[in-house]
Design a protein around this ligand. Structure first.
Ligand SMILES: [Zn+2]
Length: 407
């Protein structure tokens, strides 16, 4: 087999395309494979498929997978046809997509690497610029979204994540299978509305639950677009636990200032024990807390309410839950501990959504897991230069998309 035929096999070329020469440039470390079209072949319009006369040609180059240590390029004079209806158009080559400067096999391998490692590493190893990689990711996501079709959107979770630390946000909608369905600009009511608008009326009716934090923005959009939303909006336990932990920390910190100096260090050492579930504490940790109960009585009380709230939740007594929560709220409000009273008021106001979450067994756990993976992604990328790239990266990694070019 001569080298031209060998490269035809490697590139998977078949008639009317053939390799006319292979050149090795040792100085630049490049192999250039020249690909031509058989003379006199019928050329088809890429838009309508009609056979059209040749118009002219455009010299083009694509990077392909390396041959041993040599960067390998395909070069070809690609004909343009003159379609009576669509004008002058470049014909489609079988080894690359539209305007890409890389072959499908090369793009496929970049996509594979990006799934394994950081953009930085891929850029260094393959000698690609960040914008070249971004172009490959953009085509991959576009392809994946086009192929994706309709996804299961019956049980949704909505969450927000920041694009840069403390700045700018995006809203992430995911489903019960942990797939990101959409990444929308901002974290307002219209951010989520943007996603709901992409659903058909029938799909909106089919939505069974939407798990979210207790912020009014997401509620507003959901009430507006999802039929019977008042029975579908679910406030996950995670958010209640979070708000109780905050109350606990605020109480502990302010109480710490009033205790005897000699106790302060000891009390500080227990700061994480209070936050944990009592079943997970060992005997020593329990006795450390017991020793502080008298001095930190408010903290101990808030801790008790936190544990009690989890019991109500985990008890799964949907029927008795309303009464249990009402009792809890009443006692918490009577506690005279300001941060606990505020949290109790918050829970009272949102009790309907908390009860929905219990009844629907809706959880934000998967959405929270995606969110922490996104944070890791952002750290690994040392932040993203613009928001479009960030949104794209989320869909690339967590959209469950089929990203590879077809070959
Ligand atoms: Zn045409």
């Amino acid at each position: 087999m001569d080298q031209n035929r060998l490269y035809e096999r490697i590139l998977g070329l078949s008639q009317p395309w053939y390799v006319s020469s292979v050149e090795l440039n040792e100085a630049s470390g490049e192999i250039t494979v020249e690909v031509d079209l058989i003379d006199g072949i019928l050329l088809l319009c890429p838009k309508c498929g009609k056979s059209c006369p040749r118009y002219d040609h455009r010299p083009r180059k694509w990077r392909h997978l390396d041959t041993c240590q040599f960067q390998t390029l395909i070069r070809s004079d690609v004909p343009r046809i003159n379609c009576p209806e669509h004008g002058a158009l470049t014909i489609q080559v079988p080894w690359a997509e539209d305007s890409s400067r890389y072959t499908q096999l090369f793009e496929g391998s970049v996509i594979g690497w990006l799934q394994e490692t950081s953009i930085r590493a891929v850029s260094r190893r393959l000698g690609l610029s960040w914008s070249a990689i971004d172009g490959i990711m953009a085509r991959a996501v576009k392809r994946g979204l086009k192929r994706r079709g309709t996804l299961d959107a019956t049980r949704l979770a909505v969450d927000e994540t920041s694009f840069r630390k403390g700045h700018d946000y995006v809203t992430i909608v995911s489903n019960q299978h942990g797939r990101v369905l959409a990444v929308e600009e901002g974290k307002s009511s219209s951010s989520l509305a943007q996603y709901y608008k992409s659903l058909s009326p029938a799909q909106r009716v089919k939505v069974e639950s939407i798990s979210m934090d207790m912020s009014p923005a997401f509620q507003k959009a959901t009430l507006e677009y999802i039929p019977d939303a008042k029975r579908k909006i679910a406030f996950d336990h995670f958010h209640i636990a979070q708000s109780l932990l905050e109350a606990l920390n605020v109480t502990r910190k302010s109480e710490l200032l009033q205790v005897d100096q000699s106790l302060r260090k000891h009390a500080h050492q227990t700061r994480y024990h209070w936050m944990r579930n009592r079943h997970t504490l060992d005997i020593q940790q329990k006795s450390q807390l017991d020793a502080l109960v008298c001095q930190l009585s408010d903290t101990a009380l808030v801790w008790y309410f936190k544990e009690k709230a989890r019991d109500i939740w985990k008890g799964n007594r949907v029927r008795g839950a309303t009464t249990a929560w009402r009792e809890w709220i009443g006692l918490a409000k009577a506690s005279a501990i300001k941060p606990l009273q505020v949290t109790a008021g918050h829970i009272e106001k949102n009790l309907w959504g908390i009860l929905n979450a219990m009844r629907l067994q809706a959880s934000n756990a998967l959405a929270e897991a995606i969110n922490s993976k996104i944070r890791i992604l952002r750290v690994k990328a040392h932040g993203y230069r613009n928001k479009e790239r960030f949104k794209r990266a989320i869909l690339f990694h967590f959209g469950g998309l089929s990203l590879e070019p077809t070959h």
